[in-house]
Design a protein around this ligand. Structure first.
Ligand code: ATP
Ligand code: MG
Length: 276
């Protein structure tokens, strides 16, 4: 038997990644080392300005001023540039960033058009139908324009668009940050469900300690700028996660560990954006 097959495959490797923005002379990331396994659900939390979005942008090769100032990023065997060219990731932002002049279904088909995908139109339509059903968006909304949808529905569409080309990696920058509490909780359950069905690797930024602890396998805590990892908290809760788990003492203890790490990383006192 090949014992190596039990070793988790590394999906992402960050080696001493630093980012200095020259135009504003800002040290955004101060040396980040991290390995993420295939299929892991990782959340990134840290004070405002600790470089969370910068890190996602570096992974997606969409940042200003090119790649890291120092260090190396590998996603599987690919550099971020190669990953982007291979359409190897989907990305979701706080704002759904849907095109207002396209209907829901057309928005979801866009990745196929942009990548000049070779599959048949029929297959593409079928894939989008499947995904829209998976995120639970009622058929009647498929022909609506984005502004006719609630914030939660728009984020469902944004998730569908991110998954359209079936990339192995999902990057999410505060995807539920603009939603009310109830919608946010139902979107958390939805994303966990999608994750378990699709086996994607997910790297998600959040400002919510409980969201981070409830959803992820590991919570990566960044320090005040320049962002460095102050602690990685492994979440020992069973899968599938159930809401009742958040009522337990174990959960409170885990959240406490993350809160403490945030405190030790500095810059938290004046940061009202971090929520329990
Ligand atoms: N394109 C850019 N040019 C110059 N400075 C930048 C650029 N992008 C980000 N920065 C700076 O880098 C630092 C990190 O920014 P970043 O947006 O990554 O933080 P963040 O952790 O995502 O914060 P927040 O929680 O508020 O979203 C900030 O000081 C920011 O001003
Ligand atoms: Mg950000």
């Amino acid at each position: 038997m090949n014992h190596q097959s039990f070793a988790p495959q590394i999906a992402i490797r960050l080696i001493n990644v630093k980012k200095h923005f020259k135009d504003r002379d800002v040290e955004a990331l101060g040396g980040v080392d991290l390995e993420i396994a295939q299929g892991e659900f990782i959340t990134l939390i840290g004070p405002s300005g600790s470089g969370k979005s910068t890190l996602l942008e570096l992974l997606g090769d969409i940042g200003d001023e090119g790649g890291p100032s120092e260090g190396e990023i590998l996603i599987g065997e690919k550099t971020p540039q190669e990953l982007r060219r291979a359409r190897g990731y989907g990305i979701v932002f706080q704002d759904s960033t849907l095109f207002p002049w396209y209907r829901v279904f057309e928005n979801c088909l866009l990745p196929f058009r942009i990548s000049r995908s070779e599959g048949s139109k029929q297959e593409q339509v079928k894939r989008i139908e499947l995904l829209l059903e998976m995120v639970g968006l009622d058929r009647k909304f498929w022909s609506y324009y984005p502004k006719e949808l609630s914030g939660g529905m728009q984020q469902r569409v944004a998730i569908v668009r991110a998954l359209a080309l079936d990339p192995p990696l999902l990057l999410m920058d505060e995807p539920f940050g603009a939603l009310d509490d109830l919608t946010r909780k139902s979107m958390q359950m939805l994303l966990l469900d999608i994750w378990s069905k699709t086996k994607k690797t997910i790297l998600m930024v959040t400002h919510s300690i409980s969201e981070a602890c409830f959803m992820s396998d590991r919570v990566v805590v960044l320090s005040h700028r320049p962002g460095r990892i102050v602690r990685i908290v492994s979440i020992p809760l069973d899968r599938p996660r159930e809401r009742s788990m958040t009522e337990t003492k174990a959960f409170a203890r885990i959240c406490g560990m993350v809160r403490e790490a945030l405190g030790s990383g500095g810059g938290l006192e004046e940061d009202a954006s971090i929520k329990d």
